[in-house]
Design a protein. Structure first.
Length: 406
């Protein structure tokens, strides 16, 4: 009799194992499928983009220009999604960086509000001072997105989504859900909704791959398992707290990063510390606030053999450099941008690297800019320019042998 019970336990365990293996295999085939679709989709997007670009180039002043720019913008977003899909399919290595959690939340909040629609009110409560974590920023976005989408689904009649940051010090192991929170210093991210909640019987299964109560609505059940995977790979923990009718709160503990902001990236195996002396060659830092132009210019430079780091704003470019993640060999920047302009950006970068070659791009004539460009060792390329001109300017600025001319 006792043997029968044991046998039942053993066969249950074997069945669990088989189920897990089946789930893993399914996850793998979904991954392969997603990878295949992503690849084809990328090609379609490339055609969409090229067509819109050609139409724009043929008649830049056309009445359809705003719509064509919109097409380009949407295609670029599609391409970003495809990259995420590919990352998922290939289980790509994480590219962790030191990120301020508050900034990451602020960065994605605008997009979230659009995603949530008018009936869900988004409130963001950021604890100051902002604390840093080490995580792949794209994946952090993905975590927040997936949780927000689930919250939206749980509030079809509208409600409130609250995203909050905080911190916690855990002194001894604490049970959370079916896991155990390890002692440590954490930054907290909370995503809470006022939706229908999760029945207690289902709560232990929500992080399982393919567990979904939205099969009919096209749910894959991969959202939360992806979130769980990202959080665990980043050394963090996640738990859900929910009562039917009272909404759901997801709480994420991410290990706090306390070092200075430059040091951690310097020790990053992905981005080894740059030697103190300037390298003979290095990436071109390209800054342009018009996304289609940024992409076109980046592509042209890459085709010409330059390594390119692209940024959509001066602030973003500064972040890249000041976080130690980029050590540009030259700067190419639009002059007129929202926020810091190209002159200010060049000055800030040259504060740390006085000999940095700079090419400014502007629709304004040199005289109209009211600056003595030669005295400031700034080169100017007038907009609109042909991509070939941009490449020629860069070749003059950064000859192939790595020597610089100013
Ligand atoms: N905020 C929430 N409120 C209520 N139920 C939730 C919430 N978040 C998750 N769930 C439950 O957990 C299940 C699994 O979520 P998960 O994100 O993994 O998949 P999904 O949302 O069903 O599918 P997909 O993410 O592919 O759209 C959901 O089907 C739902 O039953
Ligand atoms: Mg989901």
């Amino acid at each position: 009799r006792g043997g029968g019970a044991l046998l039942r336990v053993v066969s249950r365990a074997a069945a669990d194992d088989a189920q897990r293996n089946a789930a893993a295999a399914r996850l793998q085939s979904v991954g392969a499928l997603a990878g295949g679709i992503a690849h084809d989709f990328n090609n379609l997007l490339a055609a969409v983009t090229a067509s819109a670009e050609t139409a724009l180039a043929r008649d830049p002043g056309s009445a359809a220009a705003p719509e064509l720019l919109q097409v380009l913008d949407s295609a670029a977003r599609g391409a970003a999604l495809v990259r995420q899909l590919l990352a998922f399919a290939r289980q790509q290595a994480l590219q962790p960086r030191v990120v301020e959690l508050n900034e990451a939340v602020t960065g994605i909040a605008g997009l979230l509000q659009r995603l949530l629609g008018r009936h869900v009110r988004l409130s963001v409560e950021l604890e100051e001072p902002g604390r840093r974590v080490r995580i792949d920023p794209t994946q952090l976005d993905q975590v927040i997105m997936n949780l927000a989408l689930n919250a939206r689904d749980a509030m079809p009649g509208g409600g409130r989504l609250r995203i909050a940051t905080g911190h916690a010090v855990v002194l001894q192991p604490e049970p959370i859900g079916q896991e155990e929170l390890a002692p440590g210093r954490y930054v907290l991210l909370e995503v809470a909704d006022t939706g229908g909640g999760i029945p207690p019987a289902l709560l232990p299964r929500i992080f399982d791959p393919f567990f979904t109560t939205k099969r009919e609505q096209g749910g894959t059940g991969l959202g939360l398992s992806t979130v769980h995977g990202i959080v665990r790979q980043s050394g963090g923990f996640i738990a859900a707290d929910s009562r039917p009718g009272e909404g759901t709160t997801f709480r994420i503990w991410l290990p706090r990063h306390d070092g200075p902001s430059e040091a951690p990236v310097a020790h990053d195996p992905v981005q080894p510390q740059a030697p103190p002396e300037r390298r003979a060659s290095g990436p071109v830092l390209l800054v342009e606030d018009e996304p289609p132009l940024l992409r076109l210019a980046a592509e042209a430079l890459r085709r010409a053999g330059f390594e390119v780091i692209a940024a959509g704003a001066a602030e973003e470019a500064l972040d890249l450099v000041e976080s130690g993640g980029a050590r540009p060999a030259a700067l190419v920047s639009d002059v007129v941008m929202p926020g810091l302009d190209g002159f200010a950006l060049a000055a800030r970068l040259r504060a740390g690297d006085p000999d940095l070659p700079v090419l400014l791009v502007s629709g304004y004539a040199e005289a109209a800019l009211g600056r003595d460009l030669a005295a400031e060792r700034l080169r100017l390329l007038a907009k609109p320019y042909r991509l070939g001109d941009l490449v020629a300017e860069m070749r003059a600025l950064l000859p192939a042998d790595g020597a610089k001319v100013s």
